[in-house]
Design a protein around this ligand. Structure first.
Ligand code: SF4
Length: 209
């Protein structure tokens, strides 16, 4: 059984694949926050800007098999076989993703990406792994395609991850009332630490999901 908060077709707005059309498959639930506002102050991760509680969003629901869920995802792709791309996100998708789901999505022609907080193991067959570490957690995924650090976070300095085994290193300013200040700081960090590239949340500027 897979619990899905929502499914939609959009443009990837952040990180390495910015601008790429993608189906977003948002899994319900996270291991660092319940998703309830009344629990935010006591959560491990407190800056979340995503609704992932429940299965009541557009394209959400419970799916009893990996093939059913892959068929559901396929209905969101336009009438083309080109560059089919699904981003598995959350919540924390690693709570639910398994080898069978990855196989079914790939069997439907999709390149499968995951956006994870890195605290849980994931199926090794996922095509694109993006880890976004959160402060005060034990990150077990220290290799992958893309490391995306949201700043500022108390207890995190991006260069503490600089020797991890990723192909791309991104800094992303936290979306908060201080977003402009966070963006300026992130820009400054990239300019002085050129290993790091700036990731902006383009979808928020565009007003798309
Ligand atoms: S780890 Fe990600 S999904 Fe979970 S609470 Fe933090 S930002 Fe939200």
């Amino acid at each position: 059984m897979y619990s899905i908060k929502e499914t939609y077709y959009t443009i990837q707005g952040e990180g390495h694949h910015t601008g790429r059309p993608a189906v977003f498959l948002r899994f319900a639930g996270c291991n660092l926050w319940t998703g309830r506002e009344e629990d935010r102050a006591n959560a491990t991760c407190r800056f979340c800007d995503t609704e992932f509680f429940g299965v009541d969003g557009p394209g959400g629901g419970k799916f009893t098999s990996a093939s059913d869920l892959a068929s559901h995802v396929s209905t969101y792709w336009p009438d083309s076989e080109d560059d089919k791309f699904v981003v598995c996100t959350g919540g924390e998708p690693a709570l639910q993703m398994d080898t069978e789901l990855v196989r079914c999505l790939q069997g439907s022609g999709f390149t499968v990406a995951i956006e994870t907080n890195g605290t849980l193991q994931i199926p090794g067959s996922i095509d694109w792994v993006c880890v976004s570490p959160k402060a005060n957690t034990d990150v077990v995924l220290r290799s992958g395609n893309e490391l995306k650090v949201v700043v500022p976070q108390d207890g995190i300095v991006p260069d503490m991850f600089a020797d991890w085994d990723f192909d791309h290193f991104y800094i992303q300013p936290m979306d908060s009332p201080e977003r402009d200040q966070n963006t300026a700081s992130a820009l400054e960090y990239c300019m002085t630490h050129p290993k790091w590239k700036l990731s902006l949340q383009m979808h928020k500027f565009l007003g798309i999901p």
